[in-house]
Design a protein around this ligand. Structure first.
Ligand SMILES: [Zn+2]
Length: 468
């Protein structure tokens, strides 16, 4: 049942036609992340269809449009890019028995619960994660989906993302090495490797859009070194490259992860991925908290990206990824919230703040500036995902933007530098999120779904899942 509010907001969330124009004007500041890193006071952005036409002040930008939004008292940034998530986990946040474990015992506590997931749960959980991301200014998200019990397919996540209007990189994850073969997951939840490859090829052929401006891409993404074989890693890389799609996995997350790699492969994680040809501009690895110097140089040389997930790393006590050092080495670093069972939030702006704070805990107050943290979450994310059409506001870029109020209680007294304030303070939810030219969050409300109904359904399914 739709509330009247739901009906109204749905009406404003239509996908704009190619000729529809949208003018954002009078913003206190527009952070472009363009080549010159311009921050434009009294800024305007002019959008036609799904593309940015011009960015500047009143004199640079047409002042008439089909729709005009006056942004006095607001800051505009490029939409944030989330490069690591497991959206289904939003059904298992703060599970009592998994609150205090490190990576391996956290996982072994949760695997038996995830085994009971259904297609309906997968779709609803994905929508919940996306609604939360949109409200935090995220406009592009990857989702690493690696559990497929009870008839679940990647198609279910894709369908949910399309309904919500998120720019989506669906990672066909997989687990093939169960306990019997020395892996971590229970044997009942792993898949056959031949089937994994066949199904990955199917989703690439059915869904992948390699064109500029794509709303949906497929990524080849075996889960982690401790849950798949070397053979599957090699075959996956071959498959991905034959279709020119990106590759993603977890790497060097904590000390147990390093020990597993040395014991089972007699290699460090960096040597392991180098031997398997899992390096290059078409590859990004999640975490890399314990990546060694050799690995950092290798990644910098080959253009291999890293998804830094500060909240998850703190939550599981995994350690502090040396992001400052990674950036100084010339590595591509993006940001990820990671799965909702180890964060337990899908708030990208909060993640930007935590990235800043955690680097400073590890490496001193000059380890990361507010603007660097914001750059990681925009341009850094775009590089991870191998895209040059998102992450900055400039003519020809896709119209993906996040807009925050500056007159909120959280920002009071911080307007000496609104851009830094966005990171140092806790600005809360967005006023507007625009994805592909479509206003998906309008006046702080998600316009593509009835959120109260979603929350009710989500909580009901989370209870069913927990009850077993
Ligand atoms: Zn993860």
């Amino acid at each position: 049942m739709l509330s009247s509010m739901g009906t109204n907001t749905h009406a404003t969330s239509r996908v704009p036609s190619v000729s529809h124009t949208l003018l954002l004007k009078n913003a206190d500041v527009v952070v472009t992340m363009d080549d010159k890193r311009r921050e434009i006071k009294q800024g305007c952005v002019y959008i036609k269809g799904n593309t940015i036409v011009s960015v500047g002040t009143v004199k640079d930008v047409p002042q008439t449009a089909d729709r005009i939004i006056d942004l006095k008292g607001h800051i505009v940034i490029p939409g944030l890019i989330n490069t690591h998530h497991h959206m289904y986990q939003s059904l298992t946040r703060a599970v009592p028995k998994a609150q205090d474990g490190e990576l391996f015992n956290w996982l072994t506590t949760l695997y038996p619960i995830w085994e009971r997931l259904t297609p309906e749960m997968m779709k609803v959980a994905t929508k919940t994660a996306i609604a939360e991301l949109m409200l935090s200014g995220c406009t592009t998200s990857s989702d690493h989906q690696y559990v497929y019990p009870n008839g679940i397919k990647l198609d279910h996540s894709i369908e949910a993302a399309q309904e919500m209007g998120m720019r989506f990189h669906a990672c066909r994850g997989s687990m093939s090495v169960g306990k019997k073969q020395g892996g971590l997951p229970p044997d009942s939840i792993v898949e056959d490797e031949k089937f994994i490859l066949k199904d990955t090829q199917r989703v690439i052929e059915q869904f992948h859009d390699g064109r500029r401006g794509a709303m949906l891409r497929i990524v080849v993404a075996p889960c982690s070194p401790f849950s798949v074989s070397e053979q599957l890693m090699r075959e996956s890389a071959k498959l991905a490259r034959s279709y020119k799609v990106s590759m993603h996995t977890h790497l060097a997350e904590n000390v147990s992860d390093i020990e597993y790699s040395k014991k089972n492969f007699n290699k460090t994680p960096a040597q392991y991925v180098e031997d398997l040809e899992w390096v290059g501009h078409d590859v990004w690895h999640a975490h890399c908290v314990k990546l060694d110097d050799y690995g950092m140089k290798l990644f910098a040389r080959t253009g291999t990206g890293v998804a830094h997930c500060p909240c998850s790393n703190m939550r599981l006590g995994s350690g502090i990824a040396p992001v400052r050092h990674m950036l100084d080495c010339g590595m591509h670093v993006g940001l990820g919230v990671d799965g909702s069972a180890s964060n337990d939030s899908s708030d990208m702006m909060t993640e930007v703040r935590q990235a800043l704070l955690l680097q400073r805990v590890g490496f001193g107050p000059q380890a990361l500036t507010a603007r660097e943290a914001l750059e990681i979450a925009t341009l850094g994310g775009a590089k991870n995902l191998n895209r040059d059409d998102v992450g900055a506001l400039a003519p020809g870029m896709m119209a993906d933007l996040a807009i925050f109020r500056l007159d909120s209680i959280a920002m009071a007294g911080a307007l000496h530098d609104p851009v830094a304030a966005l990171v140092f303070c806790n600005p809360g939810k967005v006023a507007y999120t625009i994805i592909n030219g479509r206003v998906v969050v309008e006046d702080g409300r998600v316009a593509t779904i009835d959120v109260p109904v979603l929350i009710e359904t989500h909580n009901r399914l989370a209870n069913t899942l927990a009850a077993g």
